[in-house]
Design a protein around this ligand. Structure first.
Ligand code: NAD
Ligand code: MG
Length: 390
């Protein structure tokens, strides 16, 4: 039996992972499940999967979690330190599906105990790619992509020589507003930005898809995961979300990965890798689909995309600044304090502040320096936003 843990078990990726695990429960020995405020879901899944421990990120919810687990053998814990402790429990395979920079510390801890880390939490790679990769190397652990585009690239690279790769193309659906007139975008609401045409995901990544910040994070994720140069990474808008990514080789060949928009494919691939097992995803009927369309992303509509290239030019801790500023801008958009198009403006201004000032951007990358710069970038983003709403 493989020992597994799921971080962010109550979210969209976490629930899809559990769906796969529950189809073959005898194959897995579940160590830890973690969640946030949805205590009922966390407890229900921990009991169903016979987990050793369930952890909520929120300390004040410990009594609720204890009550929900009463009568079962599942231990309860709460708080950020408990999350990291749970990640230190030996496991063969760990799903990293917390949303945001909060996923970094547990991910690092899982790598330190040698686990294979299935990485949905792209933010940790954007914040601290070099640190994650180095930690994996030191502890003989492995990182596997779960983001659909990166899983597709990874599959496209199997058996290939990375030096023969000319370019990597990741696709973007274009999100909720891809066909909206530009003039309407300024007034787009949170509710409108929270519905995705093709994928069913958590609210934050859904809004990031509409703004293209999600793709910006994924461009950086591509750079970190596959060590390709920024100028080799392209984004193409593909409204049908059937082609997830393409790898271009120096002989001109393009290898595309196609599949139904269902995260259980990428999760299942990472779960069973290096095997391919049967998965409960829809099979494509190409004749019925009839056509697939592609177009270049409009930089005026998606200013976030260029920011990813600015961040990659600077590298180091700039990724942590970018992610933190993006998280704060998104918080303020969700809270109704700023408009949809303000998010990219605010993040751009924070990047400029850090690029020009002496803010510790050139320090060596450790968990502490990443946390420090993340903290400073959030404060800077809040200041820029205060300035903006005034
Ligand atoms: P979600 O909002 O549905 O779930 C997030 C999970 O993280 C929940 O379990 C929540 O309780 C937990 N969480 C939230 N804040 C936390 C904190 N501060 N500390 C600890 N735990 C916390 O999000 P999701 O859509 O499942 O996305 C999870 C991750 O996977 C994100 O990094 C996202 O970018 C990535 N991802 C998601 C999809 C998708 O289809 N949903 C696809 C590709 C990548
Ligand atoms: Mg993706």
């Amino acid at each position: 039996m493989r020992k597994i843990s799921i971080f962010g078990a109550t979210g969209s990726i976490g629930q899809n992972t559990i769906d796969l695990i529950l189809r073959a429960p005898n194959d897995y020995d579940v160590v830890a499940l973690t969640g946030g405020a949805n205590i009922a879901q966390l407890a229900q899944d921990a009991i169903a999967l016979r987990a050793d421990i369930a952890v909520t990120a929120f300390e004040d919810r410990l009594p609720d979690l204890r009550a929900a687990l009463a009568g079962s053998d599942v231990a309860a814990a709460a708080g950020q330190a408990a999350l990291t402790e749970a990640a230190a429990r030996p496991a063969d395979w760990v799903m990293s599906a917390i949303v945001g920079a909060a996923g970094l510390a547990p991910g690092l801890e899982a790598l330190k105990q040698g686990a294979t880390l299935a990485l949905a939490n792209k933010e940790s790679l954007v914040c601290a790619g070099a640190l994650l990769l180095e930690t994996a190397k030191t502890h003989n652990a492995r990182l596997l992509p779960v983001d659909s585009e990166h899983s597709a690239v990874f599959q496209g690279l199997a058996g290939e020589d990375i030096t023969a790769v000319e370019r990597v193309i990741i696709t973007a659906s274009g999100g909720a507003f891809r066909d909206w007139p530009m003039a309407d975008l300024r007034a787009a609401t949170v509710a409108q930005a929270s519905s995705h045409p093709n994928w069913d995901m958590g609210q934050r990544i859904t809004i990031d898809s509409a703004s293209m910040f999600n793709k910006a994070l994924e461009v950086i994720e591509t750079r970190e995961f596959f060590d390709v140069a920024p100028e080799q990474i392209e984004v193409v808008v593909h409204p049908e979300s059937i082609v997830h990514a393409l790898v271009g080789f120096r002989d001109g060949a393009l290898m595309a990965h196609l599949g139904a928009p269902d995260m259980r494919h990428a999760i299942g691939y990472a779960l069973h890798w290096p095997d391919r097992r049967e998965l409960p995803v829809d099979r494509l009927d190409l004749a019925r689909l009839a056509q697939l369309t592609f177009r270049a992303p409009d930089p005026a509509r998606y200013p976030a995309l260029q920011l990813a290239y600015d961040v990659m030019a600077r590298r180091g801790l700039m990724g942590a600044v970018f992610n933190a500023a993006k998280e704060r801008a998104l918080d303020h958009f969700i809270a109704g304090r700023i408009g949809f198009l303000d998010m990219a403006d605010i993040v751009a201004r924070v990047l400029v502040q850090f690029d020009s000032g002496d803010r510790g951007l050139d320090e060596a990358m450790t968990l502490d320096t990443v946390r420090q710069i993340d903290h400073l970038a959030r404060i800077e983003a809040d200041n820029v936003i205060l300035d903006h709403v005034r």
